[in-house]
Design a protein around this ligand. Sequence first.
Ligand code: ADP
Ligand code: ASP
Ligand code: MG
Length: 442
Amino acid sequence: MIKVAKFGGSSVANARQFQKVEAILKEDPTRKIVVLSACGKSEENPHKVTDLLYLCEANQRYGMDAEPIVKLIGEKHAEIIKELNIDFDLEKEMDEIRQIIKQKKSLDYLVSRGEYLSCKIMAAYLNAQFVDAKDVICMNYDGSFDLNKTKEKLQPYLEIQNTLIVPGFYGSLPNGNIRIMSRGGSDITGAILANVVDADVYENWTDVSGIYVADPRMIPHPKRIDVITYQELREMSYMGANVLHEDAIFPVISKDIPIQIRNTNKKDNPGTLIVNKIENDTSAAPITGITGKKGFVAISASTRHTSSEVGFLKKALEIMEHYRISLTSVVTGVDSFSFVFSKEDHEGDIYSVLSDLKENLGCDDVSVLEDVALICIVGRGMKSRLGMSGSVFGELGKNKINIRTISQGPEEISIIVGVAEEDFEKAIEAIYHKFITAEEGK
Ligand code: ADP
Ligand code: ASP
Ligand code: MG
């Protein structure tokens, strides 16, 4: 049995959290590979080390003194070291950070120092084996992972009879340079390591007791999901449930490794289990989770050609491709279609797209809706319930929420509705209360 356990930033935010991680690891020695994030926010210290490191770089870039921020980083770690009462040469590490800034070494190298430090301190505290991610996590120049090389590099460390502590969030390129991942990337490091060691389970320890039906920042005390499929979670995380990085699912899916989301602050809570397939899954509730995001634009066009002219939609999609717009949702009707995409990335292209659709493609009528929020209702149990979409739309109508776009994936495990951003929270609450709170009371 071998487990990979990843602990997020809040799980290593102060000395007390380090002790909780220690207790979790002591309880189960099969937790052989431990991945940590950089120290996150705590009540006494509101700074996230990764944010501070980015800030150092920005200061340096604009010719401002980064030293006050370096000092904050130092103080945060010094407190932890002092409370844990360990022998650790923090000054040496802080001097390295100062040198990286002074010599304008790469941003990736600088920002990676957060996870490097939290892991160095944890390894010293637990007398465990520190394994630098730059020596084992092998990345290609395009940001993808070289799993074979990673496996080969990790092999010698697996023979060490000790827990391995590996920093998340970064790896190294073929030329040896450090490369960071996107924000929240330590989840990916854990998934990569789980893949290469064929882990029995990938535990992801965080500050919530699993994945909830809805974002706890929006719905107070939402219900916890006991078990969810990779596919459902992928839909949820792509559409905003950022409890797990969306790219952390692929490396474990390919090997069918279950992921368990658990709470460092409530270690006995079973959390949420994420699996490929649920055996004897007859009692699935229609809705597993509700999530969503703001910041979309919907461009709609109506034309007689949509269904009658072969290749018409392809031409419309080519216009989107021309502007390199990646689409979140495509909805087609007999005489119309709409494309939904992120506003942030393509705000400057909206009017050119409208003009191309009208002038070059000959659409009769084109329109744009800005400030759209997408709400994604996910559930493997929806397939077997007739009239689910109707009930969702009915509930939104009852709450006087206008639906701007509707789409349903071919697998029928999700329904995505677009509403005005100002209706976003209200719509999530309405769906939650209708399908979760009210169902519970039955
Ligand atoms: P970590 O630092 O441990 O990686 P994150 O902050 O990345 O943790 O993810 C955990 C957070 O995800 C929770 O604190 C919670 O606010 C947020 N979150 C968003 N949607 C959900 C959801 N559906 N269920 C649980 N947590 C959610
Ligand atoms: N420390 C990085 C971040 O804040 C990576 C992570 O926490 O997973 O994004
Ligand atoms: Mg995270």
